[in-house]
Design a protein around this ligand. Sequence first.
Ligand SMILES: C[S@@+](CC[C@H](N)C(=O)[O-])C[C@H]1O[C@@H](n2cnc3c(N)ncnc32)[C@H](O)[C@@H]1O
Length: 246
Amino acid sequence: MEASWLVLLLRTGVQLLALPIYLLWYLGLWGPFCKKAFPHIMARIAVGYNEKMSTKKKELFSNLKNFAGPSGVLTLLEIGSGSGSNFEFYPAGCRLICNDNNDNFSKFLHKSLSQNPHLQLDRCMIAPAEDLQQIPNASVDVVVCTLVLCSVESTERVLNEVLRVLRPGGAFYFMEHVAGAAFSWCLFWQQIYDPVWQILFDGCHLFRETWKDLEKAGFSELKLWHTRAPLKWHLTQPHIIGYAVK
Ligand SMILES: C[S@@+](CC[C@H](N)C(=O)[O-])C[C@H]1O[C@@H](n2cnc3c(N)ncnc32)[C@H](O)[C@@H]1O
């Protein structure tokens, strides 16, 4: 996506305003601070997000049980599980594997686990979702990912791993904020704020066209809806929601 001269000019202005943060970044101080602070911020954001999106989450996760294995138990891997904001939406008896690349979420994750005793925790893995080598091939029924593909280093590598660990017929559920429509004001402002946003929000990209990665990942079936989430920040309102079957 090519940025116009006006976008480049305004983006530079926003970057100049954020100069102190850039200085901390170049000194190597911002990264470690952000990794520690982000879970506290995200745990709060997740509460508000769930209030606004609970109907959509309930609807999305309503057919999770259909993907349970022959024993009737649903083995579910959540990548980028963060503070465990999705746990309340999972069916009772679900065997849960959590993955995140930031260990500082642990405290919040365990709080959510204690509030959701209907789930059976199998294990928590601290690893990048691009490399889930601790999980055997075709060993999980469902993978869930919400507000994560905006931040990963490589969406393509994450989706390859998702396809590897899912059993044939298993499903990948997603709810992600994405790029606004072409020529929209939303996309215009997303392009301006993106570099500073990435630094402030632990690598979150504002205008990824994640649906394109899902379309070419090689799932046998893709149910994907574009929607506008009723969130306060316009920049993160464009969403894709759905699931893909291996
Ligand atoms: C915006 S938070 C969303 C958390 C949670 N999924 C939710 O919906 O509340 C993004 C999460 O993805 C994690 N994350 C980012 N990149 C990752 C990666 N490459 N592998 C695993 N987790 C990652 C972050 O540490 C963080 O917990």
